[in-house]
Structure formats: C-alpha cells, structure tokens
Design a binder for this molecule. Structure first.
Ligand code: ZN
Ligand code: ZN
Length: 172
C-alpha cells in the first residue's frame, strides 16, 4: 500500500490495538481503515501520540493541490474534509471504503518534545483553525458531515498530547 500524498510505501503499525498505515521516513501521513477508526472513540486521549512522532523526511514533495487516490481502493479519489496550507493539515476520506487519510505535519512538529508554552499557543491556533473554521458547527448540518467531524475529533484526540489538545471541540 502506498502513500496517497508522496507515493512512499506505507508501514503497518499497531498502537493500543489500532492498526494504522504510516508514511514513515517520508511525509509522515497516516491511513486509518474504517473498522480501525471506529475503535478510536473508546481509546484514551493521547493514547496514540507516538504516531505523530513517526520519522519524517524534510523536503518531501507532497502533492497538495490535487485529490489523492485512496491507498486501499486505488481508483477512488479521496474526498477532502479539512485542508489548510498554513497549518499544514489535511484530512481526507475515501467515499468507497470510508478510510481516513491524515496529514498533521505542523502539529507533529509541536508534539516532538516536551511542548513549551509557545508550542501550546501554536497548537491553540492550529486547533482553532481546524475546529472552528474547517469544522465550523454551522457547516455540520447533515448526519454524514456530523459523523465525519466526530471521527476527525476522535483521530486528533487520540494523536495529540493532552497539553496541546483544546478543551473545546465540535463535540462539546
Ligand atoms: Zn507520504
Ligand atoms: Zn478506499
């Protein structure tokens, strides 16, 4: 299975019983199959932080302006739920197999070591963009987008060190 963003071969990892395919040594993106992602709502916050520490290579060419193909279905293009160039996040989903692709580059940088106060401020701006602009409550008007937003919150809650995760999310 290859990375939809940079074509590197994905590496299977398992953390707290959740299987993830990681783009290790290249863009650091993460692929979650749908039956794996459903487990996340029952996992503790920050249980998967080491996934943000997957080794990345600097200067990898990531195709940001095109839709990515699903790494599982190959011929299906991923639907983009959230994207921001400044904060370097992207969350896509496959309409066929419902798997999620996540690129959380900027957040991964903040989560590398013990986060400083400045990291916490940057993370606050990051989540403000993600939760208040990309997942604006007034845009979550139908059950499908509400379910996707819940899933996205669960993914980030699982991955993010608690000190960097906001108390207010689209779920509360
Ligand atoms: Zn990649
Ligand atoms: Zn798919």
């Amino acid at each position: 299975m290859n990375c939809p963003a940079c074509k590197n071969e994905l590496k299977p990892l398992q953390i707290t019983g959740v299987k993830v395919q990681a783009c290790e040594g290249s863009c650091g993106g993460l692929w979650f199959e749908w039956h794996e992602i459903k487990k996340l709502k029952d996992r503790n916050a920050a249980a998967g932080t080491e996934l943000l520490r997957v080794k990345r290579a600097e200067g990898v060419h990531v195709f940001r302006d095109v839709q990515h193909p699903c790494p599982h279905c190959i011929h299906t293009l991923l639907y983009r739920h959230c994207f921001n160039r400044e904060f370097k996040y992207e969350v896509d989903q496959c309409a066929k197999c419902a798997g999620f692709w996540l690129d959380a580059g900027a957040l991964a940088h903040l989560a590398q070591d013990a986060p400083t106060e400045s990291d916490q401020q940057k993370a606050a701006a990051y989540f403000k963009s993600l939760f208040e602009e990309s997942l604006k409550p007034e845009n979550l008007t139908d059950p499908d987008t509400q379910e996707a937003a819940q899933t996205i919150v669960h993914i980030f809650r699982f991955l993010t060190p608690q000190v960097l995760f906001p108390t207010k999310t689209p779920l509360n």
